[in-house]
Design a protein. Structure first.
Length: 118
């Protein structure tokens, strides 16, 4: 069973920092891209940051310069600095696994709440 386990969410004041971590139990499947998404109340889920298997990061415009995504094997982290109230959301880890030479499958973590409030 492929599992993604997230940790590191919580309550932080505006301007503060949090670090999210996600460990993937990939059962031997190669991991392609890894990413963090978020979903705020009443809004659609959106991609926050993605990192390719080669280590190239990509960010949503709203978090550029404040968030940093990194990966080490089957683990992906999201360092969030200068947090704003609009960053409040449930954050989800996502991993794209190579199942066969013609099939890739996306897996999701259970989500972790990040609340930015004074």
């Amino acid at each position: 069973q492929v599992q993604l386990v997230e940790s590191g969410g919580g309550l932080v004041q505006p301007g503060g920092s949090l670090r999210l971590s996600c460990a993937v139990s990939n059962r031997g499947f190669n991991i392609y891209n890894m990413a963090w998404y978020r979903q705020a109340p009443g809004k659609q889920r959106e991609m926050v940051a993605l990192i390719t298997s080669g280590g190239s990061p990509h960010y949503a415009d709203s978090v550029k310069g404040r968030f940093t995504i990194s990966r080490d094997g089957a683990k992906v982290d999201l360092q969030m600095n200068s947090l704003k109230s609009e960053d409040t959301a449930v954050y989800y880890c996502n991993a794209l696994l190579v199942i066969t030479s013609t099939e890739v499958k996306a897996y999701w973590g259970q989500g972790t709440q990040v609340t930015v409030s004074s």
